[in-house]
Design a protein around this ligand. Sequence first.
Ligand code: SAH
Length: 343
Amino acid sequence: MNNIINNMYISELETYFLDLGEKKFRAKQLFEAIHKQKIKNLDKLTTFSQDLKDKINNSSEIYGVKKVLELKSKLDETKKYLFELHDENVIESVLMKYKYGYTVCISTQVGCKMGCAFCASTKKGLIRNLYASEMLDEIYEIERLNDINVSNIVLMGSGEALDNFDELIRFIELISAKEGKNLSKRNITISTCGLADKILKLAEYDYPITLTISLHNADEEERKKIMPITRKYPFDELIPALKEYQAKINKRISFEYVLIDGLNDSYQSALDIKNLLKDIKSHINLIPLNKIKEYDEEPSTSENINKFKKYLEDFGFNVTIRRELGADINASCGQLRNNYLEQ
Ligand code: SAH
């Protein structure tokens, strides 16, 4: 196994340095250099002798990201990045500016195998999982390129984070480590299409993160048509898992609901949501479908979106309509990578 030094906990770096015949305290120094000072390579590491740097360079790897393309929205301050990995795969990340600070939306896998009908990220299948270090470097590289500090992270880019569970946990631990970026776990949002068993496994970690479920239809048969994962994790597994998760981690669970014209925006669809989520403390985000060329449906009209919101509010739900950022740069994930691969 390669020693991927930007993917290691301090304890693992300690073992690494001891194996090299070096002192243990180097581990914390290197960890801080990578995760706090955000060095890209060892050149700038003045506290290490050239000898030691050579030794490290000869026995380890740094798996990060390299900018291939940056698109800036003319409508707001959103920027979209296409990054290349060490094996020449490419992924996308998005930087968004909100009143409360900078948020980065990261990819967790190269491609995706979940097969949602409306999603561009899954159209070319799953290539591989990302290492935690690659997920981290999506954020660090955006911070370096823009000279900013990112305060919120959403795992809502390409891929299914819970399908890359071990690296997801490593990512959360590394980014929140006090010797590193020290980001509050409260400022992390994980979005999933509903892998019930992994949701239960995540509950064991007791993280105060925000959990978001991509729902998109509360009628099981209809959901199967657009989200094949419903066959593997039907509602009678997903809903009890969410209740158990919420009993342990006493936070509202968010639900994403992409509104598709004539498919899931009727009063009946709102009623289905009411019945499905009646025992869960929730927040619902309504998002107009972002058109992709592989899916021949239209977003709901703004009139229907407002009506749908009203139905849900009348049922007592907490609802927001997601403000679309970066509308002119295809800021929803997967489309930029697909265009790039098809060139
Ligand atoms: N696998 C995770 C995260 C990736 S998708 C999940 O399923 O949640 C992030 C969000 O974008 C999901 O809610 C997804 O359903 C939504 N999404 C995907 N394609 C979209 C599109 N064309 N228009 C609007 N939202 C889309």
